[in-house]
Design a protein around this ligand. Structure first.
Ligand code: NZQ
Ligand code: ZN
Length: 389
């Protein structure tokens, strides 16, 4: 096991009706805030009215910035920063999914910074402070509600990149599974896949003696596999929604990374697809992850972990064939699961041809090879895209 430091400071407020507590929570930070949200789902569901009521009761003044799109853009972040500066605002409440939360985090980084915010993403600048961010989560997926990451797409060059800093970990996250009842099936499925992918990125490691976190990872993925199909079919099933919601937070709150070095190559390739084709993040991972696994399996040193995954997560008989064939069966069962929740599992499924493979592979490794379990150079990324074709 590797040495590690673990501190996740996000206060989680979980359960029925918890959105009503938002005013009280916000009051601990500010009485004037930016309310940031997406394309309008929160208005349709009535969540917006509940939030405004709670904020009013707590005497919080609200300036609004709606319009965050999935795969959030730098342009809206710049607008948010301008509004906060002009209005003297130093707290952002994100009501939405990963896209809204990530946009809020990026605004929080920019309010008190005089340079170009994109410089944080390219490593040219380091932030010294960030405004606090609070969250009401509406889709269990990205784990951004308690992660230290923001992922933004720069329209200039269509570059989708993540930036990590403990400064942007949300101060609180309100998680009410009932709020997710209104999710379209496709979004719920994408969310389940993203949560699984966050665990798998951590699971595939060459760090040895990580039994506890291996088992925690397996339990989290199995929980998603069991509950995602139920929650997608029975939209108002609180218990399965609750399991998925908590699993997707745990998948990305860093407890599962303790003492081990994760991979993250599949996410990097997924971002290239989303940057160019605006593909939903979870769908990009449903396509890339199985292809990445097949490619990783070509190296002898990677076989055991993929074999262990097949046996422990997908219950493949450990003696039914060679370790490599058992690993392949695990990948087949993963794809079958993803298809079962109606996700695309090939690029062809979403009408993406090989036209941009070269460009995607080049962009993916422009700052150097990606992935730790399986180090990926341009040729590897191309091979994975072809396997995903
Ligand atoms: O915009 P609205 O109208 O709210 O609709 C959204 C959006 O269209 C809809 N939705 C959300 N909650 C709903 C709902 N519709 C009905 N009822 C509800 N309760 O769902 C759509 C997708 O929302 P989005 O926020 O994009 O989804 P998700 O949470 O999957 O976030 C994806 C983004 O997060 C990034 C991804 O790259 C992508 O940009 N990630 C962020 C991470 C992080 N910060 O730690 C880690 C992840 O790996 C990921 O990269
Ligand atoms: Zn993800």
């Amino acid at each position: 096991m590797e040495n590690f430091m673990f501190q996740n400071t996000t206060k989680i407020i979980f359960g029925k009706g918890t959105q009503k507590l938002v005013g009280e929570e916000v009051r601990n930070f500010s009485n004037r805030i930016l309310l940031h949200y997406g394309g309008g789902s929160i208005k349709k569901t009535g969540l917006y009215d509940e939030v405004i009521k709670s904020l009013k009761e707590a005497h919080i003044e609200v300036v609004e910035l709606p319009g965050v799109k999935p795969n959030p853009r730098l342009g809206l972040v710049a607008e948010g920063i301008k509004i906060c500066r002009n209005e003297g605002i130093n707290f952002i409440l994100a009501v939405g999914g990963g896209s809204v939360i990530d946009s809020a985090k990026a605004i929080a980084l920019g309010i008190n910074f005089n340079g170009k915010i994109w410089d944080f993403f390219t490593g040219k600048a380091k932030p010294e402070k960030a405004a606090p961010v609070g969250v009401i989560l509406t889709i269990p997926a990205a784990g951004s509600e308690s992660s230290n990451v923001t992922v933004i797409t720069n329209e200039d060059g269509l570059i989708k990149k993540g930036f990590h800093s403990d400064l942007i970990r949300p101060k609180f996250a309100i998680l009410n599974p009932e709020i997710t009842f209104s999710l379209p099936e496709f979004q719920a499925a994408c969310g389940a896949c993203d949560a699984m992918a966050h665990v798998m990125e951590r699971y595939f490691t060459h760090t040895e003696n990580v039994d506890l976190t291996d088992r925690l990872c397996e339990a989290t993925i199995k929980t998603v596999i069991e509950n995602a199909p139920i929650s997608i079919k029975k939209t108002n099933d609180y218990n399965s929604r609750a399991e998925i919601m908590w699993a997707s937070t745990i998948a990305h709150n860093d407890i599962l990374s303790t003492g081990r070095i994760g991979d993250w190559g599949s996410h990097k390739i997924g971002h290239e697809i989303s940057a160019i084709y605006d593909t939903a993040h979870g769908a990009s991972l449903a396509i890339v992850f199985p292809a990445w696994m097949k490619h990783a399996l070509k190296d002898r040193e990677n076989v055991f972990k993929l074999y262990q995954y097949a046996v422990r997560v997908f219950d493949v008989d450990p003696l039914f064939a060679s370790k490599k064939d058992i690993a392949l069966e695990g990948i087949r069962r993963l794809q079958q699961f993803l298809k079962g929740i109606n996700l695309p599992t090939t690029l062809d499924d979403i009408n993406i041809s090989d036209d941009m493979f070269e460009k995607m592979a080049e962009k993916c490794v422009q700052f150097g090879p990606v992935g730790k379990f399986k180090r990926l150079f341009k040729e590897d990324v191309l091979a994975i895209l072809r396997l995903a074709g």
